[in-house]
Design a protein. Sequence first.
Length: 276
Amino acid sequence: MTFVPVDDSNRTHVLLFLAQYEKTCVSLAENVRRKSSDIFALTDNKKNIRGIIGARHTVLHCLPGIVRIPELKTDIASFLYNKTISCINGEAEGTRFLVDTLGKNGIKPVQENYYMLMTMPENMHPPVTVALPSGWRILHCHEKDVDALMNLQSAYEKEEVLPSGRMFMPSIVRQNLEHIIRSEYLLALCDDKSAFIAKANTNAIGINFVQIGGVYTDPRYRGNHYASLLVSTLVRKINTVGKQPVLFVKDSNSIAKKLYLSLGFIKSADFIIAYF
């Protein structure tokens, strides 16, 4: 297997390959589309693309079927050797293959999180109606809102993202939030005093799919269907640009799974994030 850098000479071909499997690798598709560095196409001896891997600190992957090729473990182990990897993120079979491959070199994850990948069927519009208190509104947030959103983003990352044993770093949270504001689409529910109560955003905008994430409601206001309202609003926005929404939810989060099922999302795959 040969690892060919993705650049302008093969980007269109790579995107056509990814489009076949995109619901499981929207972040990788976005990175290819936005011309991020350190992304490679795995090609066979006939120069056919068999997979795509992003080899930055977070390893993103699209490895459909080829994880069953025995010699690929040796090729992948050599490719990833000496790379600083903090996370492997993607469809369960591919992530498990990469984790096992690194394990042969004595590199093992400190934590693995298991998720259900869920997809909204095409052209489905969740009919969510929530009576908001007077003066409350949904805002499309911009850079001027970063300071006001920091409490919600910090709470979300502590609760849903930060691996156990890792130090919480507000500067990293702010950097993540600023990236979302610049590159994605973030909605927040604002009360009559201009305080943010809940948030939801896109995490990745791919070819035919958009990944939703960052869904969080202040614990004092949970149970009022505010998350449903924000997610359904995002779904409608995604539908207007001709794309399908996808998201992943922790296997252990029964409340969130119930919410997404009620909106019409259906399970499409298993997903693993492994932290090193």
